[in-house]
Design a protein around this ligand. Structure first.
Ligand code: SF4
Length: 85
């Protein structure tokens, strides 16, 4: 696996790969289309995929968005209750 012809750039990409891999689940389930989490991390640093291709990473982000929306909804509801005469 050669990430870049420039050895310094290759080292940077290798480091980025490691950081990305730490955020992935390590299940090697293949649901992202890559055969392993390591392969997806390599695809990401090469620009062929995004980290959200991992269904677990995507699910975490969607859960965070949903929680944020529910908190705002609850806050709006409380503000409306407080504003009611
Ligand atoms: S979907 Fe996520 S956990 Fe499964 S192989 Fe791809 S990166 Fe790994």
């Amino acid at each position: 696996m050669q990430l870049d012809q420039n050895p310094f750039r290759a080292m940077e990409l290798l480091e980025q790969m490691g950081e990305i891999e730490e955020r992935l689940r390590g299940l090697d389930c293949g649901s992202c289309g890559a055969p392993s989490c390591h392969a997806l991390a390599e695809d990401v640093v090469r620009g062929y995929a995004v980290e959200d291709s991992c269904i677990y990473v995507l699910q975490e982000k969607l859960d965070a968005v949903m929680r944020s929306m529910l908190e705002k909804h609850d806050l709006n509801a409380k503000q409306k209750e407080g504003a009611a005469p």
